[in-house]
Design a protein around this ligand. Structure first.
Ligand code: GLU
Length: 374
């Protein structure tokens, strides 16, 4: 391939690999698994592609040195976060060595949710990633487990990988796992489970195919991969969920080879990382019911005003994620509340002119509001 042909077809790929693919039950890092991934990444680089690795495994890899491996694994988040600081060093060392074997330099990037929510952080992260890629460095990304806030942490790296795909404007998100992709039913319990080779648009039906969560060491599981593929799709990025042990999985995913795994198509358009985060924020602290007129206004891109609100429930403070539903129950939007539920209650249904000074007027600002695509 000439260099101009290579650049015409060059893609930016984010490859995510999970804890269970690269560590054993005790937490020891499988060097061969990391080496195989790094070889495939190096091959993709040689074919002209830009590659970002998102790796889990820091928590699992840190536990054995602290005498907390295997059956001694603690369940409290603070100890796990502390263990990650030990494991992250071991993890990045293996990546550095295995990429160096192929003449590549690894750059460690540790991100937290706030980096996608705050525009200034997002722009810094984006320019650093883009510089790393320009310098020919392979960014090796993980969540900054040591400082991630328990409330908003990504938990699994699948969603982090989808947001990184948005950050670097990727063409492809490859989610590597320990099954061949998404099946019509759980292949561990059903003999006639068939691989779904392509999903045009992820719906509730696919989300329910996710089944159980992941292993005791990793936290992802298939449902978190399906959710990540949905986030990527809303960012305009196509994704593939595939088996990490499949030979040449990276090269095959890049050329969309049939049978590689489950391909999920990108939606037209590109939602910003911040809006993606709002749309997929962990949990919801409450909900607001609005009338049809308010729904139509929100779909046109306006802020939600107190006048359009019919009911509120839950327990939310200013800045908390909430759901927005129409009378009848369908959740059609999500946003960050401007005021606490206590402040909001007396203002429900009141037009701005009827509100006393200082009362909440804007319930969810348009910048903090996402109308969910169908
Ligand atoms: N950031 C975590 C780690 O590196 C992810 C844990 C997981 O979900 O596997 O350990």
């Amino acid at each position: 391939m000439t260099s101009s042909q290579a650049s015409q077809t060059a893609q930016t790929i984010v490859v995510k690999i999970g804890t269970s693919s690269i560590t054993d039950d005790e937490g020891a890092i499988h060097r061969e698994a990391v080496a195989d991934l790094c070889d495939q990444v190096a091959d993709a680089r040689e074919a002209g592609h830009r590659v970002v690795i998102v790796t889990s495994g820091a928590i699992a890899a840190g536990l054995p040195e602290l005498g907390l491996g295997g059956v001694n694994r603690p369940s409290d988040m603070i100890t796990l976060q502390a263990a990650a600081t030990v494991g992250q060093g071991a993890l990045i060392r293996v990546y550095r060595e295995e990429l160096a074997r192929r003449g590549l330099v690894a750059g460690q990037v540790l991100l937290v949710a706030i980096d996608f929510i705050m525009r200034s952080q997002y722009l810094h992260a984006r320019s650093t990633m883009s510089k790393l890629i320009d310098l020919g460095v392979i960014p090796v990304v993980n969540e900054n487990d040591a400082i991630a806030d328990d409330e908003i942490r990504f938990g699994d790296n699948d969603r982090l990988a989808a947001l990184v795909a948005n950050l670097v404007d990727a063409d492809l998100l490859l989610l590597l796992t320990d099954t061949a992709g998404v099946f019509t039913s759980d292949p561990r319990i059903s003999d006639d489970a068939a691989l779904i080779e392509e999903i045009e648009r992820i719906g509730n039906h696919h989300e329910s195919l996710g089944g159980t969560t992941g292993t005791s060491r990793g936290s992802g599981g298939m449902s978190s991969k399906i959710m990540a593929a949905k986030v990527a799709s809303w960012s305009g990025v196509r994704s593939v969920i595939a088996d990490s042990k499949r030979p040449d999985v990276v090269a095959d995913a890049i050329v969309s080879k049939a049978g590689t795994g489950t391909f999920v198509k990108a939606r037209p358009g590109r939602m910003s990382a911040r809006k993606l985060w709002i749309a997929f924020a962990v949990g919801s602290h409450g909900s607001v019911v609005v009338d049809a007129g308010a729904r139509a206004a929100l779909e046109r891109g306006t802020s939600l005003l107190a006048a359009g609100v019919r009911d509120v429930s839950g327990s939310f403070g200013a800045g908390d994620p909430i759901e927005i539903a129409e009378t009848g129950g369908e959740v059609f939007a999500r946003g960050l509340a401007r005021h606490s539920i206590e402040e909001l209650k007396p203002a429900i249904g009141l037009r701005s002119a009827d509100l006393s000074p200082g009362s909440p007027h804007v319930v969810v600002h348009a910048d903090d509001l996402v109308v969910l695509p169908d």
